[in-house]
Design a binder for this molecule. Structure first.
Ligand code: B12
Ligand code: SF4
Length: 474
C-alpha cells in the first residue's frame, strides 16, 4: 500500500520564488507534522512525503498512491484543496488533517474523502486500516493525544538540504492569547514528552541546526521549568553537537540556571512574542502574562543574551489600540529592548481563535472569499478592517517599522553589540540583512495586494477602516 503525504505550498511565500528571495524562510524549516504522521504509520505502508516548498512535483508522473494525506495551515488551504482535487479526480482517496481542517471542518469535508480533526496519534492507525478496506469514514477526531508514548518522527523521509531539522518536546499552551490558534488546537494543558524520547529523537536528526517547534518550550509553572531543565541537562549530557532555536515566553529570562543549561544544551536563539508595546495592547489580546512582575524587558533580553542566545522579538500591528505612528513606536521599543531581530506581523483573524469570533461578529474580516483568500492569511497581509488604520495606513505603518528597525546604521549597531557580547554577530548580520531585503519584496507584494483588495467582492469596503464603509476612509 502506497501512502503519499503532502505539505502544500502557499504560492505567495513558497520556495519556488527562491530567485526573488534567497533567504525566503519557508524553505528553511522541515515540516514536522507529516514526519510525525509517517512515524505513526505501520511498516506495511510504503510512505513518500512531498514538501511543495521545495517545488511541486509532477504528480501525474509519480506512481499512483493508494491514499493521499494532506496537511495545511490556513494559509495553505486553497493549494491543499487543489492538490486534493487532482487526486480525487483520479479516484485516489484523500484525507485532510492539521489545524485548518480542524478549524474549518465543513470546508475541509467538501474537499476530501475524510478529515482528521485534532492531533492524529489516536486515530491514524484506524484511518489507514479503513482506507485499506475501502471504508473510510468522513471524519475522525483525534482530540488531544497522550504524548508520553508516541513513536519518533520519520526524519529520514525528507531530502537533505533543509537549514533546520525539527523536533517537538511539548504541546499546548495555558496562556490562550486571543489571536493564537495553539490553545484552541493543542489545548491549555501543557503536555511534555518524556525527556529520553526527545533526546533520542534529537539524535536521529541529520541537520546540525534544529527548530524545537514547541510554542512555549519552558512553560510557565515551576514544574514546567523543572522539566525543561531536565531536558536541557540531558541534551547537554548527550553531547549531540546540535544547535537549536525555540519559542518561549519572556519568563525564559527569569532563571539563570535555566538559561545556562539551555545554552549548554545548544540553544542559540529564542523567539519571544512581545506582541504589543503597550499594556492596553497586551490586555486587548489577552497576553497579560507579559505584564506580570512589572517587567523590565530590556534587562530580561540582556539576561538571555548574556548566555550567547539571540533574541528575536515578535510584535503584532493592527490592534484596536494601535493608531497612526504605531509602526515607528514598535521599532523604537524593539531597539530599546535590544532584541537581535524584529518580526512584525499583522493582526490576523485565524479561524478558531477569539480574534476570529470577535472580528467576524463585527463584520471586520475584509478578505473573506474563501477558500481563495486563505492564501493571504500568512500574517504578512492585513486581511481585516483595523480600528484606527485604513489598508494604506497599516501597510505604511508596517513598512516604516521595518525600515526604521532595519536601517543600515542600526543593523551595524546590533552586529557590533553581538560582537562585543559574543553572540553570533554573523547570524545577526545575515538575518538582519535578509529582513531588510524582504522589505523590498513585501512592498512589491503589497502593490498586488492593494490591487486585489480594490477589486475584491465588496470593493472599497475591503480597504476601509473598521466601522467605515467608504473608500474615502483611506
Ligand atoms: C513550526 C511552525 C512553523 C514553521 C514550520 C512549518 C511547517 N511546515 O512545519 C514555519 C516557520 C515555516 C511556520 C510558518 C508559518 N506559520 Co507556523 N507554526 C509552527 C508551529 C510552532 C509548530 C508546527 C508543528 O510542527 N507542530 C508539530 C506537529 C507534530 O503538529 P501538527 O503539524 O499540528 O500535526 C499534528 C496534527 O495537526 C495532525 N496533522 C497534521 N497534518 C495532518 C495531515 C493529515 C492527513 C492527518 C491525518 C493529520 C495531520 O497530526 C499531527 C500529529 O498529531 C505551529 C504551532 C503548533 N502548535 O502547531 C505554528 C502554526 C501552525 N503556524 C501558524 C502560522 C499562522 C504560520 C504562518 C502563516 C505565519 C507565521 N507564523 O510565520 C506561516 C505559514 C507558512 C506557509 N507556508 O504558509 C499558526 C497556524 C494557524 C492556522 N490556522 O493556520 C500556528 C498554529 C501558530 C499560531 N500561533 O497560531 N510555522
Ligand atoms: S501566542 Fe504564545 S503564549 Fe499566547 S497562546 Fe499562543 S503560544 Fe501561548
Amino acid at each position: 500500500m502506497r501512502l503519499l503525504l503532502i505539505n502544500p505550498s502557499n504560492p505567495l511565500v513558497s520556495m519556488t520564488r527562491i530567485k526573488e528571495s534567497r533567504w525566503n524562510r519557508y524553505r528553511v524549516w522541515k515540516p514536522l507534522g507529516l514526519m510525525v504522521l509517517a512515524g505513526l504509520t505501520p511498516p506495511e505502508w510504503d510512505i513518500s512525503i512531498v514538501d511543495e516548498n521545495l517545488g511541486a512535483p509532477d504528480y501525474s508522473a509519480m506512481p499512483r498512491p493508494d491514499l493521499v494525506g494532506i496537511t495545511a495551515f490556513t494559509s495553505q488551504a486553497n493549494r491543499a484543496y487543489e492538490v486534493a482535487a487532482h487526486f480525487r479526480n483520479l479516484g485516489v482517496p484523500v484525507v485532510l488533517g492539521g489545524i485548518h481542517a480542524t478549524m474549518c471542518l465543513d470546508e475541509a469535508m467538501q474537499n476530501a474523502d475524510a478529515v482528521v480533526t485534532g492531533e492524529a496519534e489516536s486515530v491514524w492507525a484506524e484511518v489507514l486500516e479503513d482506507a485499506r478496506h475501502g471504508r473510510l469514514k468522513r471524519r475522525y477526531d483525534g482530540g488531544l493525544a497522550d504524548i508520553t508514548k508516541i513513536p519518533p518522527a520519520r526524519h529520514d523521509l525528507l531530502p537533505e538540504g533543509y537549514a533546520f531539522g525539527a523536533v517537538q518536546a511539548t504541546r499546548g499552551c495555558p496562556l490562550n492569547c486571543s489571536f493564537c490558534s495553539v490553545t484552541a488546537f493543542n489545548g491549555a494543558h501543557y503536555r511534555q514528552r518524556p525527556v529520553a524520547d526527545v533526546v533520542r529523537e534529537f539524535e536521529s536528526i541529520r541537520e546540525k541546526y534544529v527548530l524545537v517547534v514547541d510554542d512555549n518550550l519552558i512553560g510557565i509553572r515551576p514544574e514546567h521549568i523543572a522539566r525543561a531543565k531536565d531536558l536541557f541537562r540531558a541534551l547537554a549530557q548527550a553531547d549531540l553537537r546540535k544547535e537549536w532555536v525555540a519559542q518561549a515566553t519572556i519568563n525564559f529570562a527569569d532563571d539563570e540556571e535555566l538559561l545556562s543549561l539551555a545554552a549548554k544544551a545548544g540553544c542559540r536563539g529564542v523567539f519571544i512574542g512581545f506582541e504589543s508595546p503597550s499594556p492596553e495592547g497586551l490586555k486587548e489580546i489577552g497576553k497579560k502574562f507579559n505584564l506580570l512582575k512589572d517587567r523590565d524587558f530590556r534587562a530580561s533580553v540582556r539576561r538571555i543574551q548574556r548566555h550567547g542566545i539571540l533574541v528575536v522579538g515578535s510584535f503584532i500591528i493592527g490592534l484596536d489600540v494601535d493608531k497612526p505612528g504605531i509602526g515607528r513606536h514598535i521599532a523604537e521599543v524593539a531597539c530599546r529592548y535590544g532584541v537581535d531581530s524584529l518580526n512584525v506581523l499583522f493582526l490576523t483573524p485565524l479561524p478558531g481563535t477569539r480574534q476570529w469570533d470577535r472580528m467576524k461578529s463585527d463584520d471586520r474580516i475584509a478578505l473573506n472569499t474563501f477558500p481563495d483568500d486563505w492564501k493571504y492569511y500568512t500574517l504578512t497581509f492585513p486581511v481585516a478592517r483595523y480600528k484606527h488604520l485604513s489598508l494604506n495606513e497599516i501597510i505604511e505603518e508596517a513598512t516604516s517599522c521595518v525600515r526604521y528597525y532595519y536601517s543600515l546604521p542600526r543593523i551595524f549597531g546590533r552586529v557590533l553589540s553581538g560582537l562585543w557580547g559574543r553572540r553570533q554577530p554573523l547570524i545577526t548580520l545575515v538575518g538582519n540583512l535578509s529582513y531588510r531585503r524582504n522589505l523590498r519584496l513585501s512592498e512589491k507584494a503589497f502593490v498586488g495586494f492593494r490591487r486585489y483588495c480594490g477589486n475584491a467582492a465588496g470593493g472599497p469596503i475591503a480597504v476601509a477602516r473598521a466601522g467605515s464603509r467608504s473608500a474615502n476612509a483611506e
